[in-house]
Ligand binder design. Structure first.
Ligand code: NAD
Length: 488
């Protein structure tokens, strides 16, 4: 199809017009009467529809991506990303409205997400221009030679990127842009819960001049689209962000290909007895409730030194009262819905189960539809489901520990190992946590989720294989190193 055919949607005040979007095979809209309906988790109104693909479109998308083409130069890739960045800057509000409408995230969170996406555009464009090679002189040992070894990065032939719902734009952009930056074609399978933002991003990239073979986006039943894509031997990398259960299925199904897995988290905020109390309270609330608690790096366990537990709880519960849930389109709403009603039911239930085990709810705990109240729970037993498994919502379970060794043991006790936040001004504590926590990231006096878009990001244990994303690391994932050597 021609770029001029691309549908644009006007943002309309508090909402967006119903969008009728399509899966695309290499720039061509798919024609089918199978439509995926996307409804607002807040009021169930129809937000949009997406024409679904089937297994024949998977074959077409793979073939289109692999047909031999002249590779894009660095400057061409940079220019496309830079043009896309400029288009995006003019449409940030439109994207924010779509994110909020289809995910139920509060509009303030959706606007924050577009700010992060803007940074990803910037860094991807800049990194495209960076030289990525290294030189190794070979005359540096007694048996060395007068030669030099040079490295360069080659794009992988084809990437499949599968993304979750929780950041409808950022999850997608953190995969597609690094792939484009190195010249690797992508077939994207976004979450069927939030496909509209993803498709609008794909359309924006086509409009910016991205050659169509470089990007397809397919929505459809898992057994017709995602599973065959993961298994296909012509695909050289599967980059997946989502739940542990699906990540492990993909690891088994993918066979002989590169697999990047960014999975769930159960991140602690550990508050030591010397902590700045106001800072601890603020970080705990922001970490637990922002983005409706639906961040892989949300604070899912608040671990407080027993000496300051009572004071912390008193102040935290007052702070938590500010995080009122409500209409996502209202700019004053702090917490929107979770992704759907079953997700809210799960959260309500996990709270009930922890109460049966002895925990006490001191704020919230109830839901209405997909709106889950910001909830503070104390005296949570160390083996309660809520703290052993990932709870993806605005829950703040508080547990206490007696000393730093106990805090480290408690923190390391789950199957996850994504990130962590520590509140302390004691350098010895800080260094011990950095050394002994089994996680991908330790942030001192910050929430576990703190990062910039170009710094390495990712977890270990059930949270991932220790392979990082972030623009620079993801560019490495989507390429391989070739070496050549010359006499010197
Ligand atoms: P999910 O695993 O249910 O779905 C993620 C994607 O996988 C979707 O696009 C879905 O359609 C697809 N999928 C489902 N079954 C599949 C299969 N058999 N084969 C291939 N693809 C399949 O996750 P979700 O509920 O959308 O997202 C929430 C999860 O994502 C949470 O666990 C959260 O912690 C995690 N997450 C992790 C990170 C990270 O960077 N570590 C970031 C954000 C979210």
């Amino acid at each position: 199809m021609e770029n001029s055919e691309i549908l644009t949607v006007e943002a309309q005040g508090n909402g967006v017009a119903v969008m009728n979007l399509s899966s695309y095979v290499a720039g061509g809209k798919i024609k089918s009467d199978k439509l995926l309906e996307v409804r607002s988790p807040y009021d169930n109104r129809l937000v949009g529809t997406v024409t679904q693909a089937n297994s024949s479109h998977v074959q077409q998308a793979i073939e289109a991506a692999l047909k031999s083409k002249t590779p894009l130069t660095r400057y061409e890739r940079y220019s496309i990303l830079e043009k896309a960045r400029n288009l995006f800057l003019n449409r940030k509000e439109e994207f924010a409205q779509i994110i909020s409408a289809e995910s139920g995230l509060a509009i303030r969170e959706a606007r924050y997400e577009t700010g992060r996406a803007q940074d990803v555009f910037l860094f991807a464009a800049i990194e495209t221009l960076h030289d990525d090679g290294e030189v190794f002189s070979c005359d540096i040992t007694p048996h060395g030679k007068a030669r030099k070894i040079f490295t360069l990065r080659e794009p992988l032939p084809l990437a499949v990127c599968i993304t979750p719902f929780n950041h409808p734009l950022n999850q997608v952009i953190h995969k597609i842009l690094p792939a484009i930056a190195v010249g690797t074609p992508v077939i994207l399978k976004p979450s069927e819960k939030t496909p509209l933002t993803a498709i609008k991003l794909v359309e924006l990239l086509y409009e910016a001049g991205l050659p169509h073979y470089m990007l397809s986006v397919l929505l459809g039943p898992t057994n017709e689209i995602a599973e065959p894509l993961v298994k296909d031997p012509r695909v050289s990398i599967v980059s997946f962000t989502g739940s542990v259960a699906v990540g492990k299925l993909i690891a088994t199904a993918a066979g002989y290909k590169k697999v990047i897995l960014e999975l769930g988290g159960n991140d602690p905020l550990i508050i030591m007895e010397d902590a700045d109390m106001d800072k601890a309270v603020f970080l705990a609330a922001e970490g637990a409730f922002r983005n409706s608690g639906q961040r892989c790096t949300a604070v899912k366990r608040i671990l407080v030194h027993e000496k300051i537990k009572d004071e912390f709880i008193k102040k935290f519960v007052e702070k938590a009262k500010e995080y009122i849930c409500g209409d996502p389109s209202d700019p004053k709403t702090m917490v929107g819905t979770v992704i759907d009603e079953p997700a809210a039911e799960y959260l309500e239930n996990v709270v009930k189960k922890s109460v049966e085990k002895g925990a006490k709810v001191i704020l919230g705990g109830k839901r209405k539809g997909a709106l889950m109240e910001s909830t503070v729970i104390i005296d949570v037993p160390r083996d309660a489901d809520m703290v052993v498994h990932e709870s993806f919502g605005p829950l703040a379970p508080i547990m206490s520990f007696k000393d730093i060794d106990d805090a480290i043991k408690l923190s390391n006790s789950t199957a996850y190992g994504l990130s962590s936040g520590i509140v302390t001004n004691n350098m010895e504590y800080a260094l011990k946590f950095v050394k002994e926590l089994n996680v991908g990231t330790v942030n001192i006096n910050e929430v576990p989720g703190y990062r910039i878009e170009r710094s390495p990001f990712g977890g270990i244990k059930d949270s991932g294989l220790g392979i990082k994303e972030g623009v620079i690391e993801a560019m490495k994932c989507f390429s391989y190193v070739k070496t050549f050597s010359l006499p010197w």
